[in-house]
Design a protein around this ligand. Sequence first.
Ligand code: ATP
Ligand code: MG
Length: 463
Amino acid sequence: MGEWYESQTYFRIFHLFWASQFVDWVWAGRYSRIQFSYLFPFNRTGFSVLRSVKGLKDILPHQASQWQHIETVARTLATQYGFSEIRIPIFEFTELYSRSIGGTTDIVEKEMYTFPDRDGSSLTLRPEGTAGVVRAVLEHKLLDSPTTRKLFYLGPMFRHERPQAGRYRQFHQFGVEALGTDDPLIDVEVIVLLWQFFLTLGLKDLTLHINSIGTPGDRETYIQKLKEFLAPLLNTLCGNCQRRYSTNPLRVLDCKVPVCQKNTEEAPHLIAYLSENSKIHFQAVLDGLSSLKIPFTINHRLVRGLDYYSRTTFEITSPHLGAQSTIGAGGRYDGLFQALQGPSTPAIGFAVGLERVTLLLSEDITCKQPPLFFVAGFGSTGKPRAFKLLYELRQAGIRADTDHKGNTLKSLLRSADKLCAEYSIILGDDEVNSGNVILRNMQTKAQQIFKLEEITQRIQTGF
Ligand code: ATP
Ligand code: MG
């Protein structure tokens, strides 16, 4: 018997390990999106690497300022338009979503993250925001108000979908809901807010699609006509559409499969079947948009498959996103409050997928930050006095930092450069003795001397 490390098993494990390291190294470099290392869960030092769950994304420090910018624009605009923020829980009872989103939708059929609570009740991570907002509004009686209730939200949503560019399992939405009026001008306000949000972010080549799906009563005759039109074409349509023909025929119209789209080109238009009131409402929305010079196209395929949706339906698309071209979608849902046992309440809203917005934004968007003052303290008396100065600057509302990794002036100034500090305040033992500090402009390298006791105030007053 030889030593164990001479055995064939050891030989095989040894080679498999190094082969996996090599493959991982090659693939990680070239095809980092393929994540080959899932098969070989070791990094180059041989330790196993913990990874995030498939379809979830980290927002890393260099991306965070882009997100802050988007969220600031959303909050500022929504507030300007008279919407107040509401923060609703990340999970709710499953029943809320199955009753409000509807059992025949993709979300409820297959995309929800549902799990039992310890007491056996069924909970679901929120797949969208409207249901939770409506539940909160009913629970806290927020409709008892003489004015239209206008709410907005920002936050993560969860859907178990196949991950791909622009489609994740945890993604973020900005959404608004205007509750309590069916005046067509509120529809215009909501659509204009969405349009303005994208314009403020600098997005280009957008198309606003709009349609009216009337009331459930208006749709009854239309659905009959649509079924008569679809019946002879049924076996040319995709499997999903064949199923939808009997469960939810309206949804055949928004099927993304090219052959279904082609074969339903001649389908009757829903707006031809609208009641007089719905026609007047739709025309008023279009006139409102035209009066503000917001360009739109009427899209007869834009439908919603549930009874409580009514009248105005809209979507904004970008040609630069490939298959996931819709960045924001919304519409009226006049019947939802009643479907959740609330009082009859007309309502309209939209939701924007923020990941898709980031895909359209230029990389270099950064929030404008106030100038950074780097405190470079060194020496046995300099360092502790500098630490106190750092505290004083921050107390005074000045953006200030240091780096405890550096102990010499040279390494501290290098850190100041790395942190992109606009100024450094140099404070060594000599400065403590003389009661002065040096203020160094990191770009021009010009230096000025100030009294240590006055520096905070001098910075506050612009030196
Ligand atoms: P899609 O057509 O992409 O399936 P949807 O009709 O399911 O969209 P909505 O429920 O209307 O989407 O959500 C509003 C917006 O949220 C979408 O227009 C999109 O921008 C975004 N969104 C929806 N699902 C995802 C996802 N899985 N990942 C990222 N963004 C998403
Ligand atoms: Mg979807």
